[in-house]
Design a protein around this ligand. Structure first.
Ligand SMILES: Cc1cc2nc3c(=O)[nH]c(=O)nc-3n(C[C@H](O)[C@H](O)[C@H](O)COP(=O)(O)O)c2cc1C
Length: 311
């Protein structure tokens, strides 16, 4: 029996913050919309879980265009958390997404800490939502976002407040745009975070030399994609060694090999963002590639790769 298992079967499931996922490949917030826009190209059901675009209390129009710019090794975006607001999200978007995937994690942000807590409270009553991901790391908004994620004291206050407002597992998404990400990670762990996602985008900009103006309407944006992978990997490595809660890694993951690197560095799962814009088949390729890697290295369970890096 053992032979059959190691030859053909790999258990790809992982458990994060009490949520059992069929595989460790998640859709990253913002890159997969509300999960259904991509239906003609890729099924939400392929992912271990889908993390929604950030939802805020009131609808948001986002920043002035242009809001996307392609760089040689990645993408700059300054979307500014454009979304339909929590009421329309619950009425229209969530039911459709849930009809395709039972594991939905809702990413939230607010202008104030009270707004974050109010949102978390509203979502708590929704049985279809598996967890909340707290976005304290968006570089493209003036209020909220990074303002709470860059300072351990603010991050603790916010995490404590949101934790009180919800009984759902709480995942806190961290920014690399800080001097010590591990300090923020430890602080939010102590405040009750059940898991961490990292990293959000890095500050960046592009200039149109003919017009002598910034390319993005918002002047600056967030850099994602292959350019940020080494930074993300380092942050996952550093943070996963500083905390006892699971770390979900993301930032420039394009291939199964990238996903393995993040897991070896300490990630319990990974998220796919920019890669999905280039190749909608990425999720399938990464899930299959993880299985092949486990078979080759003789791991019966993918979770056994996590933190295996020899240093
Ligand atoms: C177009 C775009 C929109 C994004 N919107 C959000 C968002 O609404 N909330 C959030 O937490 N992260 C958002 N992100 C950040 C991604 O979730 C991810 O943290 C980042 O892009 C790094 O991963 P990647 O290199 O795989 O894309 C967005 C990224 C992109 C490219």
């Amino acid at each position: 029996m053992r032979n059959i298992r190691t030859k053909n079967n790999v258990d790809l499931s992982v458990e994060i913050a009490g949520i059992k996922m069929k595989n460790p490949v998640l859709a990253a917030s913002g890159a997969f919309g509300y999960g259904t826009e991509y239906l003609p190209l890729v099924s939400p059901a392929l992912f271990g879980a889908v993390i929604t675009k950030t939802v805020t209390l009131l609808p948001r129009a986002g920043n002035v265009p242009p809001r996307i710019y392609e760089t040689p090794m990645g993408m700059l975006n300054s979307i500014g958390l454009a979304n339909v607001g929590v009421h329309r999200f619950l009425e229209e978007k969530l039911p459709e997404l849930l009809s395709h995937h039972p594991l939905v994690i809702v990413n939230i942000a607010g202008n104030t800490m009270e707004e974050y807590a109010e949102l978390a409270g509203m979502l708590n009553g929704q049985p279809g939502i598996s967890a909340i991901e707290l976005n304290i790391s968006c570089p493209n908004v003036k209020q909220g976002g990074m303002a709470f994620g860059a300072d351990p004291i603010q991050a603790v206050k916010l995490t404590t407040l949101v934790k009180k407002a919800t009984s759902k597992p709480l995942i806190v998404k961290l920014s690399p745009n800080v001097s010590d990400i591990a300090a923020i990670a430890r602080a939010v762990e102590q405040a009750g975070a059940d898991a961490l996602s990292l990293i959000n985008t890095l500050y960046g900009m592009a200039i149109d030399i003919e017009r002598q103006k910034p390319v993005l309407g918002n002047v600056t944006g967030g850099l994602s994609g292959p350019a940020i992978k080494p930074v993300a990997l380092y942050n996952v490595f550093k943070t996963s060694r500083a905390v006892n809660i699971p770390v979900i890694g993301l930032g420039g993951i394009m291939t199964a090999g990238d996903a393995v690197e993040f897991m070896l560095a300490g990630a319990a799962a990974v998220q796919i963002g920019t890669a999905g814009f280039i190749n909608p088949n990425t999720v399938k390729e990464i899930v299959n590639g993880l299985k092949d890697y486990c078979l080759k290295k003789k791991y019966p369970e993918v979770s056994q790769i996590t933190g295996k890096l020899a240093v």
